[in-house]
Design a protein around this ligand. Structure first.
Ligand SMILES: C[S@@+](CC[C@H](N)C(=O)[O-])C[C@H]1O[C@@H](n2cnc3c(N)ncnc32)[C@H](O)[C@@H]1O
Length: 294
């Protein structure tokens, strides 16, 4: 159950859902984005549902969004792309790596590669591989030092820490180099009094089980993680491939403004419906832009 009184205290944020091609509708908005987080159509996927791009054309296709993304992102903002490469004739096509290389040539800094580890990968059998249990989340930015708030995603040290740290002795009390001479080391005494630590760059989340009238919905927890880490309170989050509205749900729940774009009107309506449901528990204004008059 969500606590309504908590959300009422926050500044009211806005959610705009725009029908159109993000290459043309985003640039006129100016430099508004603290974070662009998105999952584009994967190459040759979902042909029945929306435009599908072949792996060989993907780099060029995705590069056609570069100007719009670069233009709307603030100087210290970030771009996070959730994507996965594709198996063609039994071999992984690396269009995803080539796309990131191309974006680097166009001026983006590749800050980090995160992995979304799916706890419930699709069942099935493949002759030369196992079930596919993860996807990339590439973190890119216009500078090598984009905005980051690591405190916002810290995780609890856990119950083990209190009893372990109360029994420190000998080599625990100074820096202790790894037994395997790897060059890494640790000083457990520096953890005394700490309640939380940084998580790793592996995000553990199940696939979405519910049908939201869209074939490729990612879990709210995925954009939520990056919104907390890479945008300030009250900032503006843009998803240029908005789909069913998941990024906007994460944004308004976390007190950020959201701008979603999708060139499929049905998906824009799906977003509107999901966001209207959210507005029962969270305080934000919802605007539909470029929707045809019925
Ligand atoms: C992988 S889905 C995003 C799903 C979304 N993350 C969610 O949780 O619902 C990609 C979306 O991009 C949209 N799309 C494709 N080309 C587009 C374009 N040029 N401009 C705006 N949206 C586009 C598709 O209609 C599709 O809904």
């Amino acid at each position: 159950m969500v606590n309504k009184s908590k959300s009422i205290k926050r500044t009211k944020v806005k959610c705009n859902i725009i029908f159109g091609d993000s290459r043309s509708v985003l640039p006129p908005l100016g430099q508004i984005a603290d974070l662009i987080i998105t999952s584009p159509p994967y190459a040759d996927a979902r042909k029945k549902h929306y435009d599908s791009i072949s792996p060989d054309e993907f780099v060029e296709w995705f590069s056609s969004f570069h100007n719009a993304f670069f233009h709307i992102l603030k100087p210290n903002g970030s771009l996070v792309i959730n994507i996965k490469d594709k198996v063609e004739n039994g071999v992984r096509n690396r269009y995803v790596w080539k796309t990131i290389e191309k974006l680097s040539e166009l001026g983006w800094f590749a800050i980090e590669d995160y992995i979304w580890y799916k706890t419930n990968p699709m069942p099935g059998y493949w002759p030369t591989r196992l079930r596919d249990g993860w996807e990339y989340c590439f973190h890119l930015a216009k500078t090598t030092k984009p905005y980051i708030n690591q405190n916002a995603v810290k995780i609890s040290l856990g119950d083990w820490a209190e009893s372990r740290l109360s029994k420190l002795n000998g080599k625990d009390l100074a820096r202790h180099n790894s037994e395997n001479n790897s060059g890494f080391g640790r000083d457990l005494s520096r953890w005394i009094g700490k309640k939380d630590v940084l998580p790793s760059n592996v995000i553990v989340l199940p696939l979405v089980g519910k049908n939201y009238n869209h074939p490729a919905v990612f879990p709210v927890g995925l954009p939520s993680f990056f919104i907390k880490l890479l945008s300030p309170n009250g900032g503006t989050i843009v998803d240029p491939f908005g789909g069913s509205g998941t990024t906007a749900i994460a944004a308004v729940r976390l007190g950020r403004n959201a701008i979603l774009v999708d060139n499929n009107l049905d998906y824009c309506f799906t977003s509107v419906k999901r966001l209207k449901d959210e507005s029962e528990n969270f305080n934000f204004t919802l605007e539909q832009i470029n929707f045809p008059k019925c």
